[in-house]
Ligand binder design. Sequence first.
Ligand SMILES: Cc1cc2nc3c(=O)[nH]c(=O)nc-3n(C[C@H](O)[C@H](O)[C@H](O)COP(=O)(O)OP(=O)(O)OC[C@H]3O[C@@H](n4cnc5c(N)ncnc54)[C@H](O)[C@@H]3O)c2cc1C
Length: 281
Amino acid sequence: MSDELKIVVLIKQVPDTSSVAGVNPDGTVDRARAKRMINPFDKFALQKALELRAEHGGVIIAISMGPPPAIEVLFDAIEHGADKGFLLSDKRLAASDTLATAYALFKCIEYIKDVDIVFTGLQTTDGDTAQTGPQIAERLNYPQITYCEDLIVENGKVKASRIIDGGVQKLEAPMPILVTVANSATRLEHKQFANVYRSKELLRDEQAKKERIQLLDLDKINADPKKVGLVGSPTVVGKTWKIGEKGGSCRLFKGAAVSKEVETLVDCLSTEGRGIEEYVR
Ligand SMILES: Cc1cc2nc3c(=O)[nH]c(=O)nc-3n(C[C@H](O)[C@H](O)[C@H](O)COP(=O)(O)OP(=O)(O)OC[C@H]3O[C@@H](n4cnc5c(N)ncnc54)[C@H](O)[C@@H]3O)c2cc1C
């Protein structure tokens, strides 16, 4: 293993939550009408990769699995300093659950070969399961450090601290390794990110960005189509619904001593057969 690192960062395109129109009649998320954006948690993963490359040298490869428009998040990653991108896009991946998604991303990483570190975000803002990273690590048979707050690489090992209830845990493990990055790991101010922006020419040049991105499908990465999509997804979504459709009302408890207001609130909530909104005046 050379000193230079081959770093993979997994980046998902998610619906912009400020624009999600809701759910379709069949209960699926209405993705078509939603604007799309990079999963905010994945920016922290990319930032960690940039910091490691700055220290050790090497290459950062961003991977996204999604429909063709997901290429936009790879453009984002390249603009922010990733060296190349791979977009795994294949109709047979539609309706994949986390098990199937993790399998497909694992096959991508296997295809890329000789990776030292895989960074993922902690979770996504849409699926929100935080399962994908750990499942990929299991598939790859890599050690994994989740909720990673900070890390350094020394003599082929990752020394990391991670957040646990009531404290911080220090761990070390050999590479190759998968790390899910906590969003408290780095202060991601726009300026800080902007420091690693590539040249303005590249930012403007769509073609130059495209040349750094390779498109993959299931055949290219030698993935079994039976392990992805609906057929490869054991998860069954029983029911989904949109919350808060009725609209809400709110009563502000204010003015008296806190203990008095808590009493009033408890009275309101425990009054049998009546919702709190009935107390709104
Ligand atoms: C039955 C079922 C059907 C589904 N059908 C669809 C569908 O048709 N279309 C659809 O878009 N979603 C679908 N989903 C959602 C899909 O399973 C999840 O988006 C996916 O498994 C990732 O899970 P998550 O969003 O919870 O990610 P998490 O596990 O919370 O993500 C953790 C990290 O993993 C990485 N990661 C996760 N997903 C990707 C990705 N795609 N590319 C790159 N990196 C990634 C990121 O670094 C992320 O920060 C379906 C889910 C279920 C249960």
